[in-house]
Design a protein around this ligand. Sequence first.
Ligand code: NAP
Ligand code: G4F
Length: 345
Amino acid sequence: MGKRVLITGIAGQDGGHLAKLLHEKGYKVYGIIRGQMEASHPRYQAVKQEMPYVELIMADLLDLSSLVRAVQLAQPDEVYNLAAISHVGYSFRDPILTADVTGKGVVNMLEAIRLSGGEKTIRFYQASTSEMFGGLDYNRPDKGYSEDANFHPRSPYGVAKLYGHWITVNYRESYGMFACNGILFNHEGERRGSEFVTRKISKAVARIKYGKQDVLELGNLDSKRDWGYAGDYVEGMWRMLQQDKPDDYVLATGETHTIREFCELAFKEISIEIKWQGSDAEEVGVDASTGKTVIKINPEFYRPAEVDLLLGDPTKAEKVLGWKRKVDFPGLVKMMVDHDLGLES
Ligand code: NAP
Ligand code: G4F
Protein backbone atom coordinates (compact mmCIF):
# COMPACT_ATOMS: atom_id res chain seq x y z
CA MET A 1 0.00 0.00 0.00
CA GLY A 2 1.35 3.44 -0.93
CA LYS A 3 1.39 6.26 1.58
CA ARG A 4 -1.43 8.78 1.94
CA VAL A 5 -0.87 12.51 2.15
CA LEU A 6 -3.05 15.50 3.01
CA ILE A 7 -1.90 18.87 1.61
CA THR A 8 -3.46 22.17 2.67
CA GLY A 9 -3.12 25.02 0.14
CA ILE A 10 -3.22 22.53 -2.75
CA ALA A 11 -4.32 25.28 -5.16
CA GLY A 12 -1.31 27.47 -4.37
CA GLN A 13 2.12 27.51 -5.98
CA ASP A 14 3.80 24.90 -3.77
CA GLY A 15 0.67 22.76 -3.45
CA GLY A 16 0.74 21.96 -7.18
CA HIS A 17 4.44 21.11 -7.21
CA LEU A 18 4.20 18.96 -4.08
CA ALA A 19 1.06 17.11 -5.22
CA LYS A 20 2.79 16.19 -8.50
CA LEU A 21 5.96 15.04 -6.73
CA LEU A 22 4.11 12.86 -4.22
CA HIS A 23 1.77 11.44 -6.85
CA GLU A 24 4.86 10.42 -8.84
CA LYS A 25 6.25 8.79 -5.68
CA GLY A 26 3.11 6.66 -5.44
CA TYR A 27 1.23 8.57 -2.72
CA LYS A 28 -2.54 8.81 -2.66
CA VAL A 29 -2.93 12.61 -2.58
CA TYR A 30 -5.72 14.51 -0.78
CA GLY A 31 -5.80 18.28 -1.07
CA ILE A 32 -7.69 20.91 0.86
CA ILE A 33 -9.39 23.62 -1.15
CA ARG A 34 -11.32 26.34 0.60
CA GLY A 35 -14.70 27.91 -0.02
CA GLN A 36 -18.18 26.60 -0.53
CA MET A 37 -17.44 25.22 -3.96
CA GLU A 38 -19.58 22.78 -5.82
CA ALA A 39 -17.61 20.29 -7.91
CA SER A 40 -18.89 22.24 -10.94
CA HIS A 41 -17.32 25.53 -9.70
CA PRO A 42 -14.80 26.81 -12.32
CA ARG A 43 -12.00 27.13 -9.75
CA TYR A 44 -12.58 23.60 -8.45
CA GLN A 45 -12.67 22.38 -12.04
CA ALA A 46 -9.40 24.18 -12.85
CA VAL A 47 -7.56 22.51 -9.95
CA LYS A 48 -9.08 19.14 -10.81
CA GLN A 49 -8.07 19.52 -14.45
CA GLU A 50 -4.47 20.33 -13.55
CA MET A 51 -4.23 17.56 -10.91
CA PRO A 52 -6.80 14.88 -11.75
CA TYR A 53 -5.08 12.49 -9.33
CA VAL A 54 -5.86 14.68 -6.28
CA GLU A 55 -8.94 14.02 -4.15
CA LEU A 56 -10.14 17.51 -3.26
CA ILE A 57 -11.62 18.13 0.18
CA MET A 58 -13.52 21.32 0.98
CA ALA A 59 -12.16 22.71 4.26
CA ASP A 60 -10.79 25.91 5.77
CA LEU A 61 -7.87 26.51 8.11
CA LEU A 62 -10.18 28.76 10.13
CA ASP A 63 -12.64 25.91 10.76
CA LEU A 64 -11.30 23.20 13.07
CA SER A 65 -14.26 20.89 12.47
CA SER A 66 -13.64 20.92 8.71
CA LEU A 67 -9.98 20.03 9.31
CA VAL A 68 -10.91 17.13 11.62
CA ARG A 69 -13.23 15.82 8.92
CA ALA A 70 -10.46 16.19 6.32
CA VAL A 71 -8.00 14.19 8.45
CA GLN A 72 -10.61 11.51 9.11
CA LEU A 73 -11.41 11.25 5.43
CA ALA A 74 -7.83 11.25 4.13
CA GLN A 75 -6.34 9.05 6.90
CA PRO A 76 -2.94 10.51 5.98
CA ASP A 77 0.56 9.31 6.85
CA GLU A 78 1.83 12.82 6.20
CA VAL A 79 0.25 16.31 6.39
CA TYR A 80 1.86 19.31 4.68
CA ASN A 81 0.42 22.61 5.92
CA LEU A 82 1.03 24.95 2.99
CA ALA A 83 -2.15 27.04 3.27
CA ALA A 84 -1.73 30.62 4.42
CA ILE A 85 -2.40 34.22 3.63
CA SER A 86 1.06 34.34 2.09
CA HIS A 87 1.39 37.83 0.59
CA VAL A 88 3.50 40.04 2.83
CA GLY A 89 2.19 43.34 1.44
CA TYR A 90 -1.42 42.19 1.82
CA SER A 91 -0.78 41.17 5.44
CA PHE A 92 -0.34 44.87 6.35
CA ARG A 93 -3.81 45.56 4.93
CA ASP A 94 -5.49 42.59 6.65
CA PRO A 95 -3.38 41.77 9.72
CA ILE A 96 -6.16 40.16 11.73
CA LEU A 97 -7.20 37.71 9.02
CA THR A 98 -3.49 36.99 8.51
CA ALA A 99 -3.07 36.21 12.22
CA ASP A 100 -6.12 33.94 12.12
CA VAL A 101 -5.21 31.97 8.99
CA THR A 102 -1.39 32.06 8.87
CA GLY A 103 -0.91 31.84 12.64
CA LYS A 104 -3.91 30.25 14.35
CA GLY A 105 -4.62 28.07 11.32
CA VAL A 106 -1.48 26.09 12.17
CA VAL A 107 -2.69 25.15 15.63
CA ASN A 108 -6.08 24.27 14.14
CA MET A 109 -4.33 21.80 11.80
CA LEU A 110 -2.21 20.36 14.62
CA GLU A 111 -5.29 19.98 16.86
CA ALA A 112 -7.20 18.31 14.03
CA ILE A 113 -4.44 15.71 13.88
CA ARG A 114 -4.53 15.18 17.67
CA LEU A 115 -8.33 15.07 17.86
CA SER A 116 -8.32 12.44 15.12
CA GLY A 117 -5.91 10.32 17.15
CA GLY A 118 -3.02 10.83 14.71
CA GLU A 119 -0.45 12.51 16.93
CA LYS A 120 1.81 9.45 17.09
CA THR A 121 1.35 8.30 13.51
CA ILE A 122 0.96 11.34 11.27
CA ARG A 123 4.05 13.28 10.21
CA PHE A 124 3.51 17.05 9.96
CA TYR A 125 5.26 19.70 7.84
CA GLN A 126 4.78 23.40 8.58
CA ALA A 127 5.59 25.99 5.90
CA SER A 128 7.77 28.36 7.91
CA THR A 129 9.54 31.23 6.21
CA SER A 130 12.65 33.37 5.94
CA GLU A 131 10.31 36.35 6.56
CA MET A 132 10.62 35.41 10.26
CA PHE A 133 14.28 36.54 10.21
CA GLY A 134 13.25 39.97 9.00
CA GLY A 135 16.66 41.24 7.98
CA LEU A 136 17.48 42.90 11.29
CA ASP A 137 19.96 41.39 13.75
CA TYR A 138 21.76 40.16 10.69
CA ASN A 139 25.06 38.98 12.04
CA ARG A 140 26.34 36.56 9.42
CA PRO A 141 26.59 38.60 6.21
CA ASP A 142 29.11 36.15 4.80
CA LYS A 143 27.01 32.97 5.13
CA GLY A 144 23.38 33.94 5.57
CA TYR A 145 20.69 32.90 8.00
CA SER A 146 20.78 29.37 9.35
CA GLU A 147 18.33 27.55 11.65
CA ASP A 148 19.75 29.14 14.82
CA ALA A 149 19.71 32.79 13.66
CA ASN A 150 17.59 35.34 15.54
CA PHE A 151 14.02 35.98 14.47
CA HIS A 152 12.80 39.55 14.04
CA PRO A 153 9.71 39.54 11.79
CA ARG A 154 8.90 42.80 9.99
CA SER A 155 5.32 42.18 8.83
CA PRO A 156 2.03 40.87 10.23
CA TYR A 157 2.67 37.86 7.97
CA GLY A 158 6.10 37.25 9.51
CA VAL A 159 4.71 37.58 13.03
CA ALA A 160 1.86 35.14 12.28
CA LYS A 161 4.33 32.66 10.75
CA LEU A 162 6.50 32.89 13.84
CA TYR A 163 3.54 31.71 15.94
CA GLY A 164 3.03 28.82 13.49
CA HIS A 165 6.72 27.96 13.73
CA TRP A 166 6.86 27.86 17.52
CA ILE A 167 3.54 26.04 17.99
CA THR A 168 4.92 23.35 15.66
CA VAL A 169 8.06 23.09 17.81
CA ASN A 170 5.84 23.05 20.91
CA TYR A 171 3.70 20.15 19.65
CA ARG A 172 6.86 18.23 18.82
CA GLU A 173 8.23 18.80 22.33
CA SER A 174 4.94 18.42 24.22
CA TYR A 175 3.30 15.48 22.48
CA GLY A 176 6.22 13.83 20.69
CA MET A 177 4.67 14.62 17.33
CA PHE A 178 6.79 14.14 14.22
CA ALA A 179 6.49 17.83 13.33
CA CYS A 180 9.00 19.75 11.19
CA ASN A 181 9.38 23.38 10.15
CA GLY A 182 10.79 24.06 6.72
CA ILE A 183 12.21 27.59 6.93
CA LEU A 184 12.07 28.31 3.23
CA PHE A 185 13.57 31.29 1.49
CA ASN A 186 11.73 32.71 -1.54
CA HIS A 187 10.98 30.17 -4.22
CA GLU A 188 9.35 31.03 -7.48
CA GLY A 189 8.47 29.58 -10.87
CA GLU A 190 5.78 29.27 -13.50
CA ARG A 191 3.09 28.58 -10.87
CA ARG A 192 3.90 31.70 -8.81
CA GLY A 193 0.97 34.08 -8.19
CA SER A 194 1.23 37.30 -10.21
CA GLU A 195 0.95 39.41 -7.03
CA PHE A 196 4.53 38.39 -6.12
CA VAL A 197 7.30 40.47 -7.62
CA THR A 198 9.09 37.84 -9.76
CA ARG A 199 5.94 36.72 -11.58
CA LYS A 200 4.73 40.30 -11.86
CA ILE A 201 7.99 41.09 -13.67
CA SER A 202 8.05 37.98 -15.92
CA LYS A 203 4.42 38.55 -16.95
CA ALA A 204 4.97 42.23 -17.65
CA VAL A 205 8.06 41.49 -19.75
CA ALA A 206 6.04 39.07 -21.89
CA ARG A 207 3.14 41.53 -22.21
CA ILE A 208 5.50 44.38 -23.14
CA LYS A 209 7.10 42.15 -25.79
CA TYR A 210 3.69 41.50 -27.37
CA GLY A 211 2.47 45.12 -27.07
CA LYS A 212 -0.15 44.34 -24.42
CA GLN A 213 1.39 46.57 -21.73
CA ASP A 214 3.60 49.68 -21.82
CA VAL A 215 5.10 50.01 -18.36
CA LEU A 216 5.80 47.83 -15.32
CA GLU A 217 5.12 49.57 -11.99
CA LEU A 218 7.11 48.39 -8.98
CA GLY A 219 7.90 49.41 -5.39
CA ASN A 220 11.28 48.90 -3.72
CA LEU A 221 13.90 47.86 -6.29
CA ASP A 222 16.77 47.49 -3.85
CA SER A 223 15.62 44.77 -1.46
CA LYS A 224 17.52 41.51 -1.89
CA ARG A 225 16.06 38.04 -1.98
CA ASP A 226 17.47 34.51 -2.00
CA TRP A 227 15.37 33.16 -4.88
CA GLY A 228 15.18 29.48 -5.81
CA TYR A 229 12.84 27.33 -7.89
CA ALA A 230 9.72 25.98 -6.14
CA GLY A 231 10.05 22.58 -7.84
CA ASP A 232 13.39 22.07 -6.07
CA TYR A 233 12.01 23.16 -2.68
CA VAL A 234 9.09 20.69 -2.48
CA GLU A 235 11.65 17.87 -2.75
CA GLY A 236 13.28 19.30 0.39
CA MET A 237 9.91 19.41 2.21
CA TRP A 238 9.36 15.73 1.47
CA ARG A 239 12.88 14.80 2.58
CA MET A 240 12.28 16.44 5.98
CA LEU A 241 9.42 14.04 6.69
CA GLN A 242 11.44 10.97 5.66
CA GLN A 243 14.11 11.37 8.39
CA ASP A 244 14.34 9.27 11.55
CA LYS A 245 13.81 12.33 13.75
CA PRO A 246 11.76 15.50 13.28
CA ASP A 247 13.71 18.75 13.02
CA ASP A 248 13.68 22.21 11.41
CA TYR A 249 15.63 23.04 8.23
CA VAL A 250 16.47 26.10 6.12
CA LEU A 251 16.06 25.66 2.36
CA ALA A 252 17.81 28.37 0.36
CA THR A 253 20.24 28.87 -2.50
CA GLY A 254 22.93 30.79 -0.58
CA GLU A 255 22.81 33.62 -3.15
CA THR A 256 20.98 36.92 -2.98
CA HIS A 257 19.92 39.35 -5.72
CA THR A 258 18.05 42.65 -5.92
CA ILE A 259 14.67 43.20 -7.60
CA ARG A 260 16.62 45.49 -9.94
CA GLU A 261 18.83 42.56 -11.05
CA PHE A 262 15.76 40.37 -11.61
CA CYS A 263 14.32 43.10 -13.86
CA GLU A 264 17.55 43.49 -15.82
CA LEU A 265 17.85 39.74 -16.53
CA ALA A 266 14.15 39.38 -17.36
CA PHE A 267 14.18 42.23 -19.88
CA LYS A 268 17.39 40.86 -21.37
CA GLU A 269 15.37 37.77 -22.34
CA ILE A 270 13.45 40.01 -24.79
CA SER A 271 16.64 41.81 -25.86
CA ILE A 272 15.95 44.97 -23.89
CA GLU A 273 18.87 46.43 -21.97
CA ILE A 274 17.62 48.45 -19.00
CA LYS A 275 19.26 51.78 -18.16
CA TRP A 276 18.26 53.26 -14.80
CA GLN A 277 17.67 57.02 -14.52
CA GLY A 278 16.63 59.24 -11.61
CA SER A 279 16.34 58.24 -7.99
CA ASP A 280 13.87 57.12 -5.31
CA ALA A 281 10.21 57.36 -6.40
CA GLU A 282 11.29 59.27 -9.55
CA GLU A 283 13.54 56.47 -10.78
CA VAL A 284 12.70 54.85 -14.11
CA GLY A 285 14.07 51.96 -16.14
CA VAL A 286 14.37 52.81 -19.83
CA ASP A 287 14.97 50.68 -22.89
CA ALA A 288 18.57 51.62 -23.70
CA SER A 289 18.03 51.40 -27.46
CA THR A 290 14.75 53.36 -27.74
CA GLY A 291 14.80 55.55 -24.60
CA LYS A 292 11.25 54.41 -23.82
CA THR A 293 10.35 54.04 -20.13
CA VAL A 294 9.43 50.43 -19.37
CA ILE A 295 9.73 50.43 -15.55
CA LYS A 296 8.58 53.08 -13.12
CA ILE A 297 8.09 53.33 -9.37
CA ASN A 298 4.66 53.35 -7.81
CA PRO A 299 5.00 54.11 -4.08
CA GLU A 300 1.74 52.18 -3.50
CA PHE A 301 3.91 49.06 -3.61
CA TYR A 302 6.22 50.24 -0.82
CA ARG A 303 5.64 48.44 2.49
CA PRO A 304 5.32 50.08 5.94
CA ALA A 305 8.37 48.01 7.00
CA GLU A 306 10.66 46.27 4.54
CA VAL A 307 12.91 43.23 4.78
CA ASP A 308 15.96 44.64 3.01
CA LEU A 309 18.09 41.53 2.76
CA LEU A 310 17.41 37.80 2.78
CA LEU A 311 20.20 35.29 2.31
CA GLY A 312 19.93 31.71 3.54
CA ASP A 313 22.49 29.14 4.60
CA PRO A 314 21.24 25.69 3.51
CA THR A 315 24.25 23.78 4.92
CA LYS A 316 22.18 21.68 7.36
CA ALA A 317 19.65 20.61 4.70
CA GLU A 318 22.48 19.80 2.29
CA LYS A 319 24.30 17.67 4.87
CA VAL A 320 21.40 15.94 6.63
CA LEU A 321 18.77 15.74 3.89
CA GLY A 322 21.14 15.50 0.93
CA TRP A 323 19.11 18.34 -0.60
CA LYS A 324 20.50 20.86 -3.06
CA ARG A 325 18.78 23.34 -5.35
CA LYS A 326 19.19 22.57 -9.03
CA VAL A 327 17.92 25.72 -10.77
CA ASP A 328 20.18 28.79 -10.48
CA PHE A 329 19.16 32.45 -10.60
CA PRO A 330 19.60 33.09 -14.36
CA GLY A 331 17.90 29.74 -15.06
CA LEU A 332 14.94 30.71 -12.88
CA VAL A 333 14.47 34.10 -14.56
CA LYS A 334 14.70 32.53 -18.02
CA MET A 335 12.25 29.77 -17.11
CA MET A 336 9.66 32.27 -15.85
CA VAL A 337 9.98 34.68 -18.78
CA ASP A 338 9.89 31.84 -21.34
CA HIS A 339 6.76 30.46 -19.68
CA ASP A 340 5.00 33.83 -19.79
CA LEU A 341 6.11 34.51 -23.35
CA GLY A 342 4.36 31.23 -24.21
CA LEU A 343 1.18 32.33 -22.42
CA GLU A 344 1.05 35.83 -23.87
CA SER A 345 2.06 35.11 -27.50
P1 NAP B 1 0.25 30.49 -2.15
O1 NAP B 1 0.47 30.27 -3.60
O2 NAP B 1 -0.22 31.83 -1.69
O3 NAP B 1 -0.78 29.38 -1.64
C1 NAP B 1 -1.41 29.45 -0.39
C2 NAP B 1 -2.70 28.66 -0.44
O4 NAP B 1 -3.34 28.78 0.84
C3 NAP B 1 -3.71 29.16 -1.48
O5 NAP B 1 -4.05 28.10 -2.33
C4 NAP B 1 -4.91 29.60 -0.65
O6 NAP B 1 -6.14 29.27 -1.21
C5 NAP B 1 -4.74 28.78 0.61
N1 NAP B 1 -5.48 29.38 1.72
C6 NAP B 1 -5.51 30.67 2.10
N2 NAP B 1 -6.34 30.85 3.14
C7 NAP B 1 -6.86 29.62 3.44
C8 NAP B 1 -7.76 29.15 4.39
N3 NAP B 1 -8.35 29.98 5.28
N4 NAP B 1 -8.07 27.85 4.42
C9 NAP B 1 -7.51 26.99 3.53
N5 NAP B 1 -6.65 27.38 2.57
C10 NAP B 1 -6.32 28.68 2.52
O7 NAP B 1 1.58 30.16 -1.33
P2 NAP B 1 2.87 29.30 -1.79
O8 NAP B 1 3.83 30.22 -2.43
O9 NAP B 1 2.42 28.07 -2.45
O10 NAP B 1 3.49 28.97 -0.37
C11 NAP B 1 3.07 27.81 0.35
C12 NAP B 1 3.32 28.06 1.83
O11 NAP B 1 4.71 28.30 2.06
C13 NAP B 1 2.61 29.28 2.41
O12 NAP B 1 2.24 28.96 3.74
C14 NAP B 1 3.66 30.36 2.40
O13 NAP B 1 3.39 31.32 3.40
C15 NAP B 1 4.90 29.55 2.69
N6 NAP B 1 6.15 30.07 2.15
C16 NAP B 1 6.24 30.38 0.83
C17 NAP B 1 7.43 30.81 0.31
C18 NAP B 1 7.58 31.15 -1.14
O14 NAP B 1 8.58 31.79 -1.51
N7 NAP B 1 6.67 30.72 -2.00
C19 NAP B 1 8.56 30.92 1.15
C20 NAP B 1 8.43 30.56 2.48
C21 NAP B 1 7.22 30.12 2.97
P3 NAP B 1 -6.80 30.07 -2.42
O15 NAP B 1 -6.12 29.48 -3.60
O16 NAP B 1 -8.23 29.72 -2.30
O17 NAP B 1 -6.49 31.51 -2.20
O1 G4F C 1 7.64 38.89 -4.17
P1 G4F C 1 7.38 39.47 -2.84
O2 G4F C 1 5.98 39.94 -2.56
O3 G4F C 1 7.87 38.40 -1.79
P2 G4F C 1 8.27 38.49 -0.25
O4 G4F C 1 7.72 39.70 0.39
O5 G4F C 1 9.74 38.31 -0.16
O6 G4F C 1 7.51 37.23 0.35
C1 G4F C 1 7.57 35.97 -0.29
O7 G4F C 1 8.67 35.25 0.22
C2 G4F C 1 8.58 34.91 1.62
C3 G4F C 1 9.87 34.16 2.00
O8 G4F C 1 10.86 35.09 2.38
C4 G4F C 1 7.35 34.06 1.83
F1 G4F C 1 7.28 33.68 3.13
C5 G4F C 1 6.11 34.85 1.43
O9 G4F C 1 4.96 34.02 1.58
C6 G4F C 1 6.24 35.25 -0.04
O10 G4F C 1 6.18 34.08 -0.82
O11 G4F C 1 8.35 40.72 -2.58
C7 G4F C 1 9.73 40.61 -2.71
C8 G4F C 1 10.36 41.98 -2.64
C9 G4F C 1 9.93 42.83 -1.45
O12 G4F C 1 11.05 43.48 -0.92
C10 G4F C 1 8.99 43.86 -2.05
O13 G4F C 1 8.95 45.10 -1.36
O14 G4F C 1 9.97 42.71 -3.79
C11 G4F C 1 9.64 44.02 -3.40
N1 G4F C 1 8.74 44.59 -4.43
C12 G4F C 1 9.02 45.67 -5.20
N2 G4F C 1 7.99 45.94 -6.00
C13 G4F C 1 7.50 44.15 -4.74
C14 G4F C 1 7.04 45.01 -5.73
N3 G4F C 1 6.78 43.12 -4.28
C15 G4F C 1 5.56 42.91 -4.82
N4 G4F C 1 4.83 41.85 -4.40
N5 G4F C 1 5.05 43.73 -5.80
C16 G4F C 1 5.75 44.79 -6.29
O15 G4F C 1 5.28 45.53 -7.15
